[in-house]
Design a protein around this ligand. Structure first.
Ligand code: TEU
Length: 559
């Protein structure tokens, strides 16, 4: 396979609302991002993924777009965007934009027109259906609670919204809709942006007839996934988009694809398929789910995590390409989730970084991950902002019998707001994020966990990430080596090997807050001079038997 720049890159996700506020209004903005470009350059990343910065009423923090070609007023102006792009490019950093085209905001001009009458030219831009008597057209639930259909009084019909009521789904089966989207993408690409992260892109093609699936226990709803995930025209539309837009530029694309299977991911990311470069699979993000619900207070099990990640490593080894991530704006902070954010905060954050960055694929870092930012525990539900969290709290406590205590535990465990507290820049008020009053609470631990202190400390999590990124640039085996899981049944250690030509990389990660013994499996032979490439407690000489410290990570290169 021909090598690609995006395979050798490391991508850094910015959630602009919480990154850096340049004008003291409490909300992060584009000028704030520009101010921090040198910081990102120093970290060593190659590409920035900007979460949505378009005009939006912010029902879902910008994932509800009312104009794709305008910048959200709170974030600045188009001139600010152009300046950011230019300054990023000057530093050799690329920028990819979030492309949210499964749905728009209900305040988008297209939707406003669509609502006017049944024969409005824009009516068919969205998915309108007659009700079933007094009931919605089918029994699908929205991802944000309640029916996935909203009743429109004036025309007495229902429109589909897989997410909030204010996020009506576009009708991709309408050729004009697709054409409008492609034109808009082209407009951004002609500005010089370097690609797209495509929001729930595998939901764009729905099964005609909108059938009900299996009943979901304890709810009035039925399963919708079989009819929305990688639906009948999914690949056809992606190929069309690629032909008409993507293939004309040297860019990268990553699809956000909940519930995607390995087979579908292969079909989507196969270079010969001409669809997308990579996708975000969700299996390891759903690891603590209870049945269909993410609202659990369970902790993950390492065996299961190893099994999932290995499945994806093997599955996309020859065909396709993996995106590697522990975090984004929708998931809890990894050091709290799979590590220990108290006693072994630093060691476990570094171990987790090692474990992810040595896998095969393109690594993504979510803002604050590089300094080990943690989950947040706000005292009261009223302090939370995320629409998914707030709606779930209401339904689980009012209808499903969860006590406040139980639901708050689930929220501490899984809420998207864990990832959305402002970036911790220094120990000044509001963590240096804003001179005003931040739109969302700063995590109380900002005096201990912040960028400034970690820049000074050569042994910090920040410097460890920096080294991991540098290693990728100087060791092809990290990018292209084949993956093999060792010791699959070990409940404490995640051990794997990467190999390319004569080189072998042995990665040993201790997921336990205790010492654990390691013995090289008998059938594995390592030749050549072993070199410790990186480790989080100081370098160690290779031996066939080792004692790993709590959350220790060791990477040996055999050359
Ligand atoms: O997320 C899609 C998605 O699957 C999430 O809603 C997910 O189910 C949930 O966050 C898990 O808790 C994308 C965006 O990343 C998210 O921020 C948006 O809310 C959503 O699409 C709608 O645009």
């Amino acid at each position: 396979m021909k090598k690609k720049w995006w395979q050798e890159s490391v991508i850094y996700q910015i959630y602009p609302r919480s990154f850096m506020d340049s004008n003291g209004d409490g909300i992060g903005d584009l000028k704030g991002v520009t101010q921090k470009l040198d910081y990102l350059k120093d970290l060593g990343i190659d590409v920035i993924w900007l979460s949505p910065v378009y005009k939006s009423p912010n029902d879902d923090n910008g994932y509800d777009i009312s104009d794709y070609q305008e910048i959200m007023t709170e974030f600045g102006s188009m001139a600010d965007f152009d300046c950011l792009l230019e300054e990023a490019h000057k530093r050799g950093l690329k920028i990819i934009m979030d492309l949210v085209v499964n749905h728009t905001s209900d305040e988008h001009q297209w939707f406003k027109e669509s609502c006017k009458s049944k024969d409005n030219p824009y009516r068919d831009f969205y998915i309108w259906k007659e009700g079933n008597g007094d009931m919605p057209p089918n029994s699908w639930a929205s991802f944000f609670e309640g029916s996935a259909w909203a009743h429109h009084e004036e025309t007495d019909m229902y429109y589909l919204h897989l997410f909030s009521k204010k996020q009506p789904d576009l009708n991709w089966d309408n050729r004009v809709v697709r054409q409008k989207i492609y034109e808009m993408m082209q407009w951004w690409l002609d500005k010089g942006i370097d690609g797209f992260r495509m929001d729930v892109i595998n939901f764009i093609s729905k099964t005609p007839g909108f059938p009900n699936g299996k009943k979901i226990e304890g709810t009035p709803y039925t399963e919708k996934e079989p009819f929305i995930v990688c639906g009948p025209h999914f690949h056809e539309y992606l190929k069309e988009m690629n032909r008409e837009v993507l293939s004309k530029y040297d860019i990268m694309t990553v699809g956000e694809t909940p519930s995607i299977s390995v087979e579908e991911a292969q079909k989507t990311t196969d270079v010969n398929a001409n669809e997308l470069n990579m996708v975000f699979q969700f299996e390891h993000m759903d690891i603590e789910n209870e049945g269909n619900s993410k609202w659990s207070d369970r902790r993950f099990e390492l065996i299961e995590l190893k099994h999932i990640l290995s499945k994806w490593q093997y599955g996309l080894n020859d065909v396709g390409w993996n995106s590697l991530y522990w975090n984004n704006h929708d998931h809890p902070r990894v050091v709290s989730r799979f590590g220990d954010d108290k006693q072994y905060w630093k060691a476990s954050a570094q171990m987790l970084a090692t474990c992810l960055h040595m896998l095969k694929g393109t690594p993504y870092i979510y803002q604050g991950e590089e300094i080990g930012m943690t989950n947040v525990t706000l005292d009261h539900i009223d302090a939370y902002k995320d629409i998914e969290t707030l709606n779930a709290y209401k339904r689980y406590t009012e209808e499903l019998g969860f006590t406040n205590e139980k639901m708050m535990r689930c929220i501490y465990n899984r809420s998207r707001d864990n990832a959305r507290t402002p970036m911790q820049w220094n120990a000044q008020p509001n963590a240096g994020f804003s001179t005003g009053s931040p739109w969302f609470d700063v995590n109380k631990n900002y005096k201990e966990i912040n960028v400034e202190s970690q820049l000074e400390d050569k042994k910090s999590i920040f410097h460890y990430y920096k080294k991991l990124i540098q290693l990728r640039k100087s060791n092809e085996v990290i990018v292209y080596g084949d993956y093999k899981l060792l010791m699959p049944d070990d409940t404490n250690l995640f051990v794997y090997m990467r190999s390319l030509k004569n080189q072998k990389l042995l990665v040993i990660c201790n997921f336990k807050g205790e010492s654990v013994d390691f013995t090289v499996p008998e059938d594995e032979k390592f030749h050549g001079e072993p070199k410790c490439l990186i480790s989080n407690y100081g370098d160690v000489d290779f031996d066939v038997q080792l004692k790993l410290k709590p959350y220790e990570a060791l990477v040996f290169l055999f050359d």
